[in-house]
Design a protein around this ligand. Structure first.
Ligand code: NDP
Ligand code: GDR
Length: 370
């Protein structure tokens, strides 16, 4: 039975990857951070009582900022594959916590590579590094492929640049099976609540159900190549099953503005919106509400711009070229953007319907937008 260690197992990708590897018969180990509240919502359905026999899903307390802890865990598990997904992954927040981000996302990658090297596991343990399309940053060329130059535009992206190159360096210096997946944005109903797609689908659900008045956005002209996380974790696995270690771009090849995503999400609840105004004065208004379940009057302002969501330096355009992953890995996404938006909005409507029920029985509900 193959053993995998996943850092970032409590995150969006960690949850989908755990499901995939368990289905494939792996013993799955995950690094979990200590927190004052349970932080395992996304993987609770996979939890197995450690007192039972044949447990194939095991969590270990740890942190990417703690090398002795990582060395001990890798030594205990002797994993065949490590998926380094752990990171402070929010681009905007990385401007607020640049040093922490550099440590966890940059040096954290080095700590994983070093643990494998120090323990003499270079011939056994394969490593997947969660690299990102944010590395491309300021547009040099499109579509972006494995050979497009990098120009990172945030402390997050700069930290990930170190992670990218130290992975390449350890592969070349120590002959390690260490690979970068340069993944473009991927989303799902499990997406963190403050990334743009989930922020939008949550707000759309709440506005439709009368739980929120308006959605406040930053740069809605930004363009992203959005895919579904379920498709993308399959690519991670495929990258480690190749004969030789290489880096791969994983993307759909289609780019869409944030503005268009907002439109598509409102359409899912039968609300048509139109954008009027320019720059920070741009707003979205209801032009048609065809779903009798949601009674929003025509002319209601449902979105406005709040400059606090602008970033000091922005990545304006991402569009990936997945030719290499399609030909070499045989990878092909099953979801398109329309299916993704449908699934995300439906999940959030379902979630907030439950909250409406709680509210009607006098329980207070959490009101966080950011
Ligand atoms: P999430 O933000 O959903 O999950 C991040 C995970 O990292 C969480 O489990 C978090 O733990 C953990 N983590 C954060 N800091 C540390 C630390 N210091 N030590 C150990 N673990 C830590 O991210 P995603 O699942 O969306 O992304 C997975 C990886 O892929 C990340 O590295 C991200 O940067 C990268 N990536 C993501 C893309 C995307 O579109 N989703 C695209 C390209 C790359 P906790 O739950 O306790 O906070
Ligand atoms: P990104 O994702 O920065 O691409 O990083 P995010 O969803 O945060 O932003 C996408 C684009 O939307 C614009 N935007 C807003 N973003 C947020 N979060 N909130 C807003 O209100 C808002 N308004 C407009 C942003 O400016 C940006 O242009 C994600 C993360 O998962 C990274 O970890 C990963 O590496 C990359 O995707 C690929």
């Amino acid at each position: 039975m193959k053993k995998a260690l996943i850092t970032g197992i409590t995150g969006q990708d960690g949850a989908y990857l755990s499901e995939l590897l368990l289905e494939k018969g792996y013993e799955v180990h995950g690094l979990k951070r200590r927190s004052s509240l349970f932080n395992t919502d996304r993987i609770d359905h996979l939890y197995q009582d450690p007192h039972e026999e044949n447990v194939r899903f095991k969590l270990h307390y740890g942190d990417l900022n703690d090398s002795t802890n990582l060395i001990r865990i890798v030594q205990e598990i002797q994993p065949d594959e490590i998926y380094n997904l752990g990171a402070m992954s929010h681009v905007k927040v990385s401007f607020d916590t640049p040093e922490y981000t550099a440590n966890a996302d940059g040096i954290g990658t080095l700590r994983i590579l070093e643990a494998v090297r120090i323990l003499g596991l270079t011939g056994k343990t394969k490593i997947y590094q969660a690299s990102t399309s944010e590395l491309y940053g300021l547009v040099q060329a499109v579509p972006q492929s494995e050979t497009t130059p990098f120009y990172p535009r945030s402390p997050y992206a700069v930290a990930k640049l170190y992670g990218y190159w130290i992975t390449v360096n350890y592969r070349e210096a120590y002959n390690m099976f260490a690979c970068n997946g340069i993944l473009f944005n991927h989303e799902s109903p499990l997406r963190g609540e403050t990334f743009v797609t989930r922020k939008i689908t949550r707000a759309v659900a709440k506005i439709a159900l009368g739980l929120q008045d308006k959605l406040y956005m930053g740069n809605i002209d930004a363009k992203r190549d959005w895919g579904h996380a379920k498709d993308y974790v399959e690519a991670m696995w495929l990258i480690l099953q190749q004969d030789t270690p290489e880096d791969f771009v994983i993307a759909t090849g289609v780019t869409t503005t944030v503005r268009e995503f907002i439109k598509m999400a409102f359409q899912e609840v039968g609300i048509e919106v139109e954008f009027k105004g320019e720059g920070v004065d741009e707003k979205a208004y209801v032009v048609k509400a065809s779903n009798p379940d949601y009674s929003l009057p025509v002319g209601t302002e449902v979105m406005a711009i709040d400059p606090r969501y602008f970033r000091p330096t922005e990545v304006e355009l991402l569009i990936g070229d997945p030719t290499k992953s399609k030909t070499k890995l045989g990878w092909k996404p099953k979801y398109d953007l329309a299916a993704l938006v449908k699934e995300m909005v439906a999940a959030d409507v379902e979630c907030f319907r439950k909250e409406t029920l709680l509210k009607s029985h006098g329980y207070s509900i959490r009101n966080q937008y950011e």
